[in-house]
Ligand binder design. Structure first.
Ligand code: O2Y
Ligand code: MN
Length: 603
């Protein structure tokens, strides 16, 4: 083994890991394009990837049908005490979990290369950045990490001889016997998959899955689950948020951080093209946001990633033209369909349906086939540098000052199109009670409402009650320099089940209203839910909305909100004594407002 690094702690960890996992060789990644091209070429040669004839420098991987998404049931927060992991996480004691996983790791890389990936989340040298070292036996992970993070020698250099790093160990969990033929997508059976986090020692161990959030450990594991713990200890915030810059016709820049559960159009919003004349926007990130209070007393944000790992199905010129342009070259596709021309295709792509394709399982497919050609969680991986709307400041190591925090969810009724919080604590209550309906595709028409506080339910690496408390304390420190908080719901429907709001670029009209609120240009209407726009303050010129649509979108019915109270109370009840008192007060205040609202004639 060759160790291109003078960091004794790192070398020792790599040596010990190699002794346990028994790879055939060890490769230290330098992050170069040459390295990416070689690892990709090897993946093509071995039959794991297909080079796409119709898209320059682009490749298609097909996963094992059992390994297609994050697996929350196999994801653990392993702390000494189960209370610290909270009811929002699966828990096993670290000693027991490590014993179990060491057995799985023993010899698990036989016949494979162990790659050492030094990576930085955030610009190297930024006061907000963190270093990780991922060990993996997956070439797919190496190529994706190249796009999603800053990989290589500059990270090793910045670490020096004793710098701090977060060890991230990953194996697909499929050792090869001598002479055994490999699979295109090796992985372990579900019962052997573990995505484990040890926040007390900033350590990540992942075994058995090669897919996305389970395997690209810089993303959900480090940047959210482990970072949320570090951020709490150190007084900053690691959030599941997009970052967007909106620029007014006068050139005033507004920075928006937004948390939305999956299937709410977070990536689309991060690449919004405003439809209101004179307004522009720039993309800073679509998934993760690290925020810290700086010397000016404001919250500054960076996106620690360098790429997008987005859902392909539904991405189209009509929904996200920016993404479609970005994906024209140098993109890794996973679980999309392959056309006979050597291109990718997916459902709701807005391109003609091919008369024949190879589906994500590698089978012949035609429009009469009973299954979708692309998996619903098929993905693209692409560098931010290719994004046509990227902000020139997307890599600013100091971050951008956040003016507006958005929460949202997908609700067909009750929740208005937009609502401003009365103050920070009320905004935290909005984030804490955020909810979304599973789409009909998932739950066969029954629109079940699920609580997804701050869109962090699967990603908060500690007790959710303590997380709420951390948000409250950040507000105390920010005082009058705190961003303003808004809740949006682009998905309200009329009684016939049709969306009332057109969404996409038109959402800029709602973002503009928020900016007008910051500038004190418009008043708002006080409702039990919060502060809602006056109909006349939303710019609707050029929109073909029915005359009743906007009043309906902004309507807050105390009667409807009464139905929200019990589910919130039940959800808060699950958090037990760690639910902050200040959120209990918020719930009581909401109850009072709803009761008072009901006694109004229009209640
Ligand atoms: O299914 C996966 O492993 C990907 S999950 C993911 C990927 C990119 C951005 N967000 C998410 C998420 O689950 O929030
Ligand atoms: Mn996400």
């Amino acid at each position: 083994m060759e160790f291109p690094c003078g960091h004794k702690g790192l070398v020792k960890w790599v040596e010990e890991t190699a002794a346990m996992c028994r790879p055939e060789r060890v490769h230290w990644c330098d992050g170069s394009r040459k390295e990416y091209d070689e690892v990709m070429a090897e993946s093509v040669r071995k039959g794991s990837a297909v080079a796409l004839e119709r898209r320059p420098d682009s490749f298609l991987f097909r996963s094992d049908p059992s390994d297609v998404a994050r697996v929350e049931s196999r994801t653990y927060i392993s702390t000494s005490s189960p209370e610290d992991a909270g009811p929002n996480n699966n828990w096993i004691h670290p000693d027991k979990l490590k014993e179990k996983m060491r057995k799985l790791y023993s010899g698990c890389m036989r016949g494979r290369t162990l790659y050492v990936i030094p990576f930085s989340m955030g610009p190297v040298g930024s006061p907000l950045a963190r270093t990780g070292i991922q060990i993996t036996d997956s070439p797919y992970v190496v190529c994706n990490m190249h796009m999603m993070t800053r990989v290589g020698n500059e990270v090793i250099k910045a670490l020096g001889t004793d710098g701090e790093f977060i060890p991230c160990l990953h194996s697909v969990g499929y050792p090869l016997k001598p002479g055994q033929k490999d699979l295109p997508w090796p992985c372990a059976p579900m019962e052997d998959k573990y995505i484990s986090h040890f926040p007390e020692e900033n350590l990540i161990w992942s075994y058995g899955s090669g897919y996305g959030g389970n395997a690209l450990l810089g993303k959900k594991c480090l940047s959210l689950r482990i970072a949320s713990n570090i951020a709490r200890r150190e007084g900053w915030m690691a959030e599941h948020m997009l970052i967007l810059r909106l620029i007014s016709p006068e050139g005033r820049k507004y920075h928006i951080a937004g948390a939305f559960p999956s299937a709410c159009g977070k990536t689309n919003l991060s690449m919004i093209q405003p439809t209101i004349p004179g307004w522009r926007s720039e993309t800073l990130g679509d998934d993760i946001c690290w925020m810290k209070i700086r010397e000016d007393g404001r919250l500054h944000a960076i996106n620690p990633e360098t790429g997008f790992f987005g859902v392909a199905p539904g991405t189209a010129r009509s929904t996200n033209p920016v993404a479609m342009e970005m994906l024209e070259r140098n993109t890794i596709f996973t679980n999309c369909a392959l056309t006979d021309e050597g291109n990718v295709w997916w459902e709701d792509m807005g391109e003609p349906i091919p008369s024949h394709a190879i589906d994500w399982k590698g089978r012949d497919w035609n429009p009469q086939s009973n299954e979708p050609a692309a998996h619903p969680n098929a993905r693209f991986t692409v560098p931010i540098s290719q994004c046509p709307t990227k902000s020139p400041d997307w890599e600013d190591p100091e971050g951008v000052p956040i003016d507006i925090i958005l929460f949202g969810g997908r609700r067909s009724g009750v929740i208005p199109l937009v609502c401003e919080s009365f103050d920070w604590d009320h905004g935290v209550f909005m984030g804490a009670t955020a909810s979304s309906e599973a789409t009909a595709a998932i739950l066969d028409k029954v629109a079940a409402v699920r609580r997804d506080p701050f869109a962090m339910k699967p990603f908060c690496g500690y007790h959710m009650g303590d997380y709420f408390q951390h948000w409250l304390e950040m507000g105390d420190r920010l005082g009058d320099r705190a961003p303003r908080i808004f809740y949006v719901n682009w998905f309200r429907k009329d009684p016939k089940g049709r969306f009332l709001w057109p969404g996409f670029g038109e959402n800029s009209r709602i973002l503009k209203w928020m900016c007008d609120r910051l500038e004190r240009k418009v008043e708002a209407v006080q409702t039990p839910a919060g502060l809602v726009p006056r109909v006349e303050d939303i710019a609707t010129n050029g929109l073909s909305l029915g005359k009743d649509a906007l009043p309906e979108l902004l309507r807050v019915s105390a009667r409807d909100w009464e139905g929200e109270l019990e589910p919130i109370q039940d959800f808060f009840g699950e958090l037990g004594s760690r639910l902050p008192l200040r959120l209990r007060y918020q719930l009581e205040a909401l109850k009072r407002r709803v009761k008072d609202g009901r006694s109004c004639p229009e209640g």
